[in-house]
Design a protein around this ligand. Structure first.
Ligand code: HOZ
Length: 427
C-alpha cells in the first residue's frame, strides 16, 4: 500500500500540531505505524491522499450513520451556508432540531444545544450538582465522557488507548469528587451510593459502553441503576453521545426502557458537524440560565450549519426499516468475523448492539474495563494493519467501536469478512 503522501503530511503535521493530530487516538500510537491522511469520502468509502480507498467502520467515530457526504445532508448544508454560517442569535432551525430531540428521546423535555459531547456532559454534570446541591459524581471505569477535568478518571477511549490512568494538569482536588465503579457491577454501585449518597449528585453512565470497545449493559444493570439513584435522590445521567439515534431512534434508553434524569447527546445529532446537546425533565432544565442560575453558553451553540446537518440526518433515520437494516448488516459482519476467527483458531469475543460492533482478542467474557483489557492488543494491531491492506479501515485502537452506516452494502460486508479471513490466518 502506498503511503508516501500521508507520511510526508504527517511529518509536516508534527511540526505544527502536537503529535501531528488534533485528537490523540488518530495518531495510530497503539497499533503502530502512521496515520493516513484522508482526502475525501463518500458513502462507506474513505479515500486517502495516496489514492488508497477503504471501507470505513470508524465513520468519524460515530456521527455518520448515513455514511459520508449523504446528498440530502450536503445539499441542505450548502444551502444553509449561503444564508450565513453563524448568527449568535436564535434561529428556527434550532427550534426544529430541539423539537425532534424532545419528540425522540423519552427523558428529554427540554434540550440545550452545545457544540460537542464534552461540552454537553460538562454542562449536564454542573446542572446535576446545582439541582441536588451535592458535589460528588459516580462514573464507570472504561467509560469516556469527554475530556473535562473531573471525568478524566479511569476513562476509556484515548486514555485507554494510550494507557493513561489519569491526566497531569488535572488538580487532585478536581477528581476528589469523582467516584468510580466497574461497569456492570451493581454491588459496588450499591455500596458507594449507600456510603456517599448525601453528597452524591449523579451517576453518569454510557448505557452501552463504546469507549472500551463495545460492552453492552447486563440485563439488570441499567434498571438497577435507575432504582438505586431514584431511591437516594441521586440524578441518573445517560451519556448517549454515541448511542443516541444510533441503536434506536430514541437512543439506548428507548431500547432498554430505562429513563434517566438527564441525557447527553452529540455525534449523530450533528450529522458530521460539531454539535452536542443535553436535556432532561423541565424542573431540572429550568435551572439553566437565563431561566435559572446555572450558567452555560457558547458562541457557536445551535450553529445553523450543524443544526441543518442534524435535522436532515434525523429525518433520514425516520424512514421505516432503517434500524432493522442496520442491525441485520451489523449482525452479518459480527457473525462473519466470528466464523473467520473460529476457522483461524483465534479466540475472539464479539459484542454488538445494533450497528455498534465490538471484537476483542480474548476468550472473554468481556463485561467491564478489566476484562476488556484482557484483549491481546498486539493481535488487534496486527489485525488492524492487515485489514488496512485489504482495504478496510477500522478504529486504530482496540478500545473503540466499529460503526456501520446505511451506506454499507451486503457486498461491503462480504468484502470485509473475506479480508478478515485472510487477516486472521496465522495471526
Ligand atoms: N473520543 C473519540 C473516540 N471515542 C475520538 C475522537 C477523534 O479522535 O476524532
Amino acid at each position: 500500500m502506498k503511503t508516501t503522501a500521508s507520511k510526508r503530511l504527517f511529518s509536516e503535521a508534527q511540526q505544527y500540531i502536537p503529535g501531528g493530530v488534533n485528537s490523540p487516538v488518530r495518531a495510530f500510537r497503539s497499533v503502530g505505524g502512521q496515520p493516513l491522511f484522508i482526502k475525501r469520502a463518500k458513502g462507506c468509502r474513505l479515500y486517502d491522499v495516496d489514492g488508497n480507498s477503504f471501507i470505513d467502520y470508524v465513520l468519524s467515530w460515530g456521527p455518520l450513520i448515513l455514511g459520508h457526504a449523504p446528498a440530502s445532508v450536503v445539499k441542505a448544508v450548502m444551502q444553509a451556508a449561503l444564508k450565513g454560517t453563524s448568527f449568535g442569535a436564535p434561529t428556527e432551525l434550532e427550534v426544529r432540531l430541539a423539537r425532534m430531540i424532545v419528540e425522540a428521546v423519552p427523558s428529554i423535555k427540554e434540550a440545550r444545544l452545545v457544540s460537542s459531547g464534552t461540552e454537553a456532559v460538562m454542562s449536564a454534570i454542573r446542572l446535576a450538582r446545582a439541582y441536588t446541591n451535592r458535589d460528588a459524581i459516580l462514573k464507570f471505569e472504561g467509560c469516556y465522557h469527554g475530556h473535562s477535568d473531573y471525568l478524566l478518571a479511569k476513562a476509556g477511549s484515548g486514555l485507554a488507548t494510550l494507557g493513561l490512568p489519569d491526566c497531569p494538569g488535572v488538580p487532585a482536588d478536581f477528581t476528589r469528587h469523582t467516584l468510580t465503579a466497574p461497569y456492570n457491577d451493581i454491588k459496588t454501585v450499591q455500596r458507594l451510593i449507600q456510603r456517599h449518597h448525601r453528597n452524591l449528585a449523579c451517576v453518569i453512565v454510557e448505557p452501552i459502553a463504546g469507549n472500551m470497545g463495545v460492552v453492552p449493559p447486563a440485563a439488570e444493570f441499567l434498571p438497577a441503576l435507575r432504582e438505586l439513584t431514584r431511591e437516594h435522590g441521586v440524578l441518573l445521567i445517560f451519556d448517549e453521545v454515541i448511542t443516541g439515534f444510533r441503536v434506536h431512534y430514541g437512543g439506548a434508553q428507548s431500547l432498554y426502557g430505562v429513563t434517566p434524569d438527564l441525557t447527553c447527546l452529540g455525534k449523530i445529532i450533528g450529522g458530521g458537524l460539531p454539535v452536542g446537546a443535553y436535556g432532561g425533565a423541565r424542573q431540572i432544565m429550568r435551572l439553566v440560565a437565563p431561566v435559572g442560575p446555572v450558567y452555560q453558553a457558547g458562541t457557536l451553540s445551535g450553529n445553523p450549519l450543524a443544526v441543518t446537518a442534524g435535522i436532515k440526518t434525523l429525518e433520514a433515520l425516520q424512514a421505516p426499516g432503517v434500524y432493522q437494516k442496520l442491525d441485520a448488516r451489523a449482525a452479518e459482519l459480527s457473525e462473519g468475523l466470528g466464523a473467520a476467527a473460529k476457522k483461524a483458531g483465534i479466540p475472539l469475543t464479539r459484542t454488538r448492539v445494533g450497528s455498534m460492533v465490538g471484537a476483542f482478542f480474548t476468550k472473554g467474557p468481556v463485561v467491564d474495563f478489566a476484562s476488556a483489557k484482557q484483549s491481546n492488543t498486539q493481535a488487534y494491531a496486527k489485525f488492524f494493519h492487515r485489514m488496512l491492506e485489504k482495504g478496510v479501515y477500522l478504529a486504530p485502537s482496540q478500545f473503540e467501536t466499529a460503526f456501520l452506516s446505511t451506506a454499507h452494502t451486503a457486498s461491503d460486508i462480504a468484502h470485509t469478512i473475506k479480508g478478515a479471513r485472510a487477516a486472521l490466518r496465522n495471526l
